[in-house]
Design a protein around this ligand. Sequence first.
Ligand SMILES: [Zn+2]
Length: 197
Amino acid sequence: MVRRITLGSGDPKRLFIGGLHGDEWKDTSEMLESLDAPTTGSLVIIPKLTDRAYISTLDDRYYDHGGYGVDVIAAINDIKPEIYLELHSYSDFDGLTDPGRIHRVGVPAYIELEDGVLIGSISPILRRACFSMHDVCLSFEIPAENRRSQRLARKLLLFTRDCVSKDEFLDFLLGEYPDQGNRAIDNYKRFYGIEKI
Ligand SMILES: [Zn+2]
């Protein structure tokens, strides 16, 4: 059983996960573990899902029986979070932010907010299996071993920890990063073929 930390209680419910594959946990788990309880509602943290070999969350095998994603889906089914966040770390900036990523791997490029911190969507496999379009599902990518990025990532985690709704998150994103936020929202709407989020 994967270790879960539960902070606070009640709604809204949030789930933050790090260490989704390979050694990413080395850059993200401590940051997740350092969070304390949200102002309202609850937060469950899985600081380190796995340290087994890297398999992309875009790969069906990730969620297969015996795959790492089985624990993710179990946690989502238990907790039913309205706000779900994955914290990844990366070394391939160009690959993740390449506008051609949609053609290469079938999902939109990540968008840099600032200091190498990227925002994007979670795997469409998970999104479609477990969430409604009203839920907030975020994936942040931070560069491995970079202090400035860690500071910004912590700020984003703290905001999301206390965030109570999708509209509040979108206001924050568009207030702080209007250009990047609009691009991320456009990518998302185009990908899922929806007019409005
Ligand atoms: Zn990752």
